[in-house]
Design a protein around this ligand. Structure first.
Ligand SMILES: [Zn+2]
Length: 177
């Protein structure tokens, strides 16, 4: 039944933005800090707190400014990995949350997947759901996920949580992405 349940839309994207940011901050803390400072996004504690949806949207919309902050050659390669994954994640988010579902969503997801893997971050449940179940689901409904935002469809969201908690247990080391 998984293919008939919508991915829990926005909080997956929010989780992935946070995951990528934590990865970036882990490898290149100054750049990560400077980037958020330049965008006037404040996060008190790197490990405990998370960026909420609105901040994630700002981060995704300002990936170019992240690249501009890089000053040394080694850091360029590191920051580029994350910038690329974030840029591709934005394409995925735009592809499924606009009014009309993008017809190249699968390409965007595949691009995001390979760029995410290049960061070396673990394939979390949220990453797996995005790589696999997002296209499965939208391929069935042919509709954008705009109508499934948490606010509008709390019941569907609750329903998904059951699927979700199964994944959380199972996908720690998911055998195939
Ligand atoms: Zn799965």
């Amino acid at each position: 039944m998984v293919e008939f349940l919508p991915p829990p839309s926005l909080h997956i994207i929010i989780g992935l933005v946070n995951k990528l940011f934590i990865g970036l901050a882990g490898e290149c803390k100054e750049v990560a800090m400077e980037w958020t400072r330049s965008l006037h996004i404040i996060r008190d504690d790197f490990h405990g707190s998370h960026f909420p949806g609105q901040s994630c949207q700002i981060l995704l919309g300002n990936v170019d400014s992240l690249m501009l902050l890089v000053r040394t050659q080694t850091k360029t390669a590191i920051v580029f990995k994350y910038a690329n994954a974030l840029r591709n994640l934005k394409k995925v988010a735009d592809g499924c949350f606009r009014r009309i579902l993008a017809d190249d969503l699968k390409e965007s997801v595949d691009k995001f997947k390979s760029s995410y893997i290049k960061t070396g971050l673990p394939i979390t449940s949220k990453a797996h759901v995005t790589f696999t179940h997002l296209v499965e689901f939208t391929g069935t409904t042919k509709e954008s996920l705009l109508q499934y935002t948490e606010e509008a469809h709390e019941s569907i969201h609750q329903e998904f949580k059951k699927t979700w908690s199964k994944h959380s247990l199972r996908d720690v080391q998911h055998p195939k992405y």
